[in-house]
Design a protein around this ligand. Structure first.
Ligand SMILES: *[C@@H]1O[C@H](CO)[C@@H](O)[C@H](O)[C@H]1NC(C)=O
Ligand SMILES: *[C@@H]1O[C@H](CO)[C@@H](O)[C@H](O)[C@H]1NC(C)=O
Length: 356
């Protein structure tokens, strides 16, 4: 919090301590009442008006900033900023001073935390800059075939290998043209954009037998559903930075039905795969993509920072087990906005470490 902010937040409290007594009139309306019970502390209406105008400006500014900030949910006052009005008279209600003061202080603290966040970034999506990449490759350059039957695992791996090792300045965009690209799970790399054209579908294979296993997360100590390892997410990112998944609302389809049935029949050996997981990563944008029928959770950022998820659509049948929409997990600066989520379980569930 900057010195200016500090002064701004302490000033009103100080002024009110000295000059006035106020009460919470309606839900979000604080009414300033003149406290002129000490003759040597003459307070004029004008001064109070200045203070209340200052406070109103202050709240308006902070709540406006708050609307575009990282933590809109931490701003309970955002919908209706408190309004200060001046009431003349000599009301004295000593009893409610401390209560009201506590309320005001916490309100200012909440708004301050929003303002601090908003001071660094003006909108939610601004926490990760959208990068435009000059170097572009298409999955078809690597033998990708979008016929819905051909397995494209090799094409994805080779395209991403090329991005990782050629290291073009500014990163590389991998274009997925319209078509249905069946594939096993694959790993992303840093400084890449996975771009799904309109009508492009990246579809997970239903062959669960060959699905790779990875170690459980350290903070869980075991798989989320079953002991031991866990199936790697369909699209996976580990230790990455500057990754964008976007396009013209193409689809990432997990074909989760086979996994849901294994869960229902209790034949799962290990924890089901998430549709997308980023682990120990930063600077991630996921936008304008449709996620469909995830085997388990849809989007799982874990131990990540600076993740923006916006304009996404997440769909799974209402009876599909544990198909959470977005599960930010032990991560910081995760921003989710303007998305449509309809799944079988939680829409957005914030997780923290468990098992430790
Ligand atoms: C994908 O990433 C995981 C986790 O880092 C790793 O265990 C696995 O070997 C990688 N797979 C490939 C094909 O590189
Ligand atoms: C994609 O979907 C999002 C969310 O529904 C929507 O806001 C956006 O306009 C769509 N974009 C395109 C290119 O269709």
């Amino acid at each position: 919090m900057g010195a200016e902010m500090l002064t701004k937040s302490i000033m009103p409290i100080f002024l009110f301590l000295v000059y006035s007594l106020f009460e919470v009139e309606r839900q979000h309306t604080l009414v300033v009442t003149l406290l002129n019970w000490k003759s040597d502390m003459m307070v004029y209406h004008g001064q109070i008006r200045v203070i209340s105008r200052f406070l109103n400006d202050f709240f308006k500014k902070t709540t406006d900033a708050c609307k575009g900030s990282l933590k809109p949910t931490s701003c309970p006052l955002i919908a209706q900023p408190p309004k200060f009005t001046v009431v003349s008279g000599e009301k004295m209600r000593i009893g409610c001073v401390w209560e009201t003061l506590a309320c005001l202080t916490s309100a200012i603290m909440v708004l301050n935390s929003c303002t601090t966040a908003a001071g660094e970034v003006t909108t939610c999506s601004g926490i990760v800059p959208m990068v435009y990449r000059n170097d572009k490759i298409s999955i078809t350059d690597f033998g990708g075939i979008g016929d819905g039957r051909t397995l494209n695992t090799k094409a994805f791996n080779e395209a991403i290998y090329r991005i990782k090792h050629l290291r073009r300045r500014g990163g590389t965009l991998l274009y997925i043209p319209p078509g249905v690209y069946l594939t096993q799970s694959f790993n992303l790399t840093s400084r890449m954009t996975l771009y799904l054209a309109k009508g492009a579908v990246i579809k997970a294979t239903q062959n669960t037998a060959n699905w790779p296993l990875i170690a459980p997360l350290a903070s869980y100590g075991r798989g989320r559903e079953r002991p031991g390892g866990r199936y790697i997410s369909f699209i996976h990112g580990d230790g990455l930075h500057d990754v964008i998944i976007t396009g013209e609302n193409g689809t990432i389809d997990g074909q989760g039905g086979v996994w849901w049935n294994m869960w229902r029949r209790r034949t799962l050996q290990f924890t089901r795969p998430n549709l997308i997981e980023f682990k120990d990563s930063r600077g991630i944008i996921i936008s304008n993509v449709i996620f469909k029928n995830s085997p388990f959770w849809n989007i799982h950022p874990v131990y990540c920072s600076n993740v923006v998820i916006r304009h996404v659509t997440i769909l799974a049948p209402p009876d599909s087990p544990n198909t959470d929409g977005i599960d930010p997990d032990s991560s910081s600066h995760v921003c989710i906005e303007d998305s449509y989520i309809s799944t079988g379980d939680d829409l957005v569930a914030r997780n923290i470490w468990w098992g430790v």
